[in-house]
Design a protein around this ligand. Structure first.
Ligand code: COA
Length: 375
């Protein structure tokens, strides 16, 4: 009997019976070479290494150098994901980012061009630190709808470029990087098939993490000045509107609660009892947040993947970065039951499950500059 269109969509996105799944076939990640240690920050701000390590779990973070932009990170990660899948092209490109190279146009078409993908559909998804999971969901739907037979999904962010240099609470947390997976159309019961997608948002809490300037409300100086015909002007915003602002304690509480709920929803959709999940891959926001989620779900610490000590919070890049580091270290292995879960500004959250596949194109290098043996 033919499946009604609505039923089919619900089945694809709800994680039930699916006819054409999106299957993870490649993985890659990259961090820029410049490292900022806790001591480097303590030399410039009222903070210290012990506070940062005990309150966040972070030792260092990578940051973009002069002239380096989010697309540069995305291209490196995308190239690695294509190589790990053993392919040269993808039929669709989605870049999850909230630090695009520029407000308009999107970053993805440039990345597609630089990766030699030609004129494929390419667009950005903005869901802050949940961006990678939202982008996976988007690509899964487009593969199911036969818009493309494969998709490169990249999470890339350069938050160091939007932090207030004087704000110790955000400066210590965020780092830059990019990670990517190559998805291909496949069978729902194959290892690597994405299932159990769960997404959510709460816009009433949008003020908890925000960058107010540059949009249509707090307008940039040049835009507002031109509109008023004044030639020069300061628009409706202030210089601080260009910086990321965050209410840390409130975000912390929401992150633990929403992430745990989302993982539960995905596990229910997969019919996986929580104790059967081998690896929980949570957005790396703060080691105390991931530990809190683990406690709520009864997940042993050795099943929580982590690389926050080395990279900090890399926003949309965080989940594929920690996947790549764990795969390279042998801590993420074929056959593992894995749930990926993101949380971020919006507020937004989301989760997805898969059995980790054997990637055919070759080993996944740890996220880092190609010439750096330290990674
Ligand atoms: N170094 C030293 N002290 C710092 C500091 C730093 N880098 N940042 C904040 N503090 C101070 C605060 O000013 C405060 O001082 P006070 O008690 O004199 O007012 C004290 O530490 C405790 O602040 P609090 O905000 O309660 O600390 P915390 O344990 O919650 O840690 C964060 C602060 C930002 C690390 C934490 O709230 C956090 O990680 N929140 C989630 C942020 C996040 O994940 N955002 C992205 C989501 S995707």
């Amino acid at each position: 009997m033919p499946v009604a269109r609505g039923d089919r969509a619900r089945r694809v996105l709800g994680g039930g019976q699916v006819t054409r799944a999106a299957v993870v076939a490649g993985l890659g990640a990259w961090t820029p070479p410049t490292v900022v240690t806790n001591d480097d920050l303590a030399a410039r701000l009222d903070t210290d290494d012990a506070w940062i390590r005990t309150r966040t779990g972070i030792r260092q973070r990578h940051v973009v150098g002069p002239g380096q932009a989010t697309s540069d990170l995305a291209v490196e990660a995308g190239r690695r994901a294509l190589a790990s899948a053993g392919v040269e092209r993808a039929g669709l490109l989605v870049v999850a980012t909230s630090t695009p190279d520029q407000p308009l146009p999107a970053t993805a078409p440039q990345v597609a061009d630089r990766l030699g993908l030609g004129t494929v559909p390419a667009f950005d998804v903005a869901a802050v630190c949940t961006g990678f999971v939202y982008a996976l969901a988007t690509a899964t739907g487009l593969i199911a709808a036969q818009v493309a037979d494969s998709a490169l999904v990249i999470g890339a962010d350069s938050f160091s470029t939007i932090l207030d240099p004087a704000d110790r609470a955000t400066r210590v947390l965020f780092g830059d990087g990019a990670g990517a997976v190559l998805l291909r159309a496949g069978a729902p019961d194959e290892p690597g098939a994405l299932h159990g997608l769960h997404l959510g948002s709460d816009g009433s809490q949008h003020h908890l993490i925000e960058r107010a300037g540059g949009g249509s409300r707090a307008r940039t100086a040049v835009t507002a000045a031109r509109r008023e015909g004044q030639g020069e002007g300061h628009g409706d915003g202030t210089a601080r509107d260009g910086y990321l602002a965050m209410q840390g304690r409130a975000v912390f509480a929401q992150a633990v609660q929403r992430t745990a709920e989302s993982v539960r929803a995905t596990a229910d959709r997969m019919r996986w009892p929580l104790e059967t999940i081998d690896r929980l891959v949570l957005h790396q926001a703060n080691a105390r947040i991931t530990a809190g989620v683990g406690r709520r779900l009864g997940t042993p610490a050795d099943r929580l993947l982590s690389n926050i000590d080395r990279v900090g919070n890399t926003a949309a890049a965080s989940i594929p970065l920690v996947l790549a580091d764990a795969a390279a270290a042998g801590d993420l292995r074929p056959g593992h039951r894995v749930v990926l879960a993101g949380f971020g500004g919006g507020l937004t959250w989301g989760s997805v499950g898969l059995v980790w596949p054997r990637l055919r194109g070759g080993p996944v290098p740890a996220a880092g500059p190609s010439d750096s043996p330290a990674h």
